[in-house]
Design a protein around this ligand. Structure first.
Ligand code: URA
Length: 249
């Protein structure tokens, strides 16, 4: 790797800025000041900036307990984003894996590994996502059946179905979906005449939200957890013909 590339990634600055630091003599490689930006360095080179060791971020995988009121974006001129919650030297390299609405809480993954996030979000991989919803009305058995069979949402051409629904006390339901369409859970519940009051994501694939994480807390994933996301993938059953239309757009 070229020295200017290494310095720009390690310090998260532009290649141009990195070249200026190198030319000005701030960067040493293996205890020797190097002023030529295109110098190639080996993987085990000891690079320092003003005598402070530099390292590359590598691949990062984080789990966040998303709180209410922050948006699933990397930056925004007026609203707090999930990245504002991550105090990590390489936070600005991260992106959220899919989105949770501003008023949805729960499990959100962040990474700088584009392939991993694509594997999780692409509907082809059938990674299940489990949500706990507080509803305005009790969910009838008939409505649960409709959700399992498939509902057609406004503006969509294909029906979407839940693959599992648990009707819980106090007008709560736990449901599993495999896609990640805009406002999908809220629109599905609206399609069967109900309304979501609060929504919380509990699980992605085989990975559950860590109960030790309070809202707003995050931690790095353990290496075993990075693949756990792809455990327990069952392809959804094909939705049946009958469906209802969503009342919201
Ligand atoms: N479905 C929704 O309606 N909102 C979310 O944030 C996630 C899934």
């Amino acid at each position: 790797m070229r020295l200017d590339q290494f310095v720009s990634q390690a310090l998260q600055i532009s290649r141009n800025e990195a070249q200026k630091l190198i030319r000005a003599g701030f960067i040493s490689v293996n205890q020797t000041v190097v002023t030529k930006a295109p110098t190639n360095i080996t993987a085990d080179a000891n690079v320092t900036y003003d005598d402070e060791p530099l390292s590359l971020p590598g691949l990062l995988y984080l789990i966040l307990h998303k709180p209410l009121g922050v948006i699933s974006a990397t930056e925004d001129p007026s609203q707090r984003t999930v990245l504002d919650l991550i105090k990590h030297p390489h936070a600005r390299l991260l992106h959220p894996v899919g989105r949770l609405d501003k008023d949805t809480t729960g499990l959100l993954l962040l990474t700088n590994d584009g392939q991993w996030s694509h594997r999780i979000t692409t509907p082809r991989q059938h990674v299940p996502k489990v949500y706990l919803a507080q509803l305005a009305e009790p969910l009838s058995q008939l409505a649960a059946q409709q959700l399992l069979q498939g509902v057609l949402l406004h503006g969509e051409t294909q029906v979407v179905a839940a693959t599992k629904i648990e009707i819980l006390p106090k007008q709560q339901v736990r449901l599993t979906i495999h896609e990640g369409k805009y406002h999908q859970v809220k629109r599905m519940l609206a399609a069967v005449g109900n309304r979501v009051i609060t929504l919380h994501r509990e699980q992605i694939g085989g990975l559950q939200l860590d109960p030790r994480l309070q809202a707003g807390d995050w931690r790095l994933l353990a290496s075993t957890e990075i693949e756990l996301v792809f455990a327990s993938q069952e392809p959804p059953l094909p939705p049946l013909k009958s469906h209802v239309f969503s009342g919201v757009s």
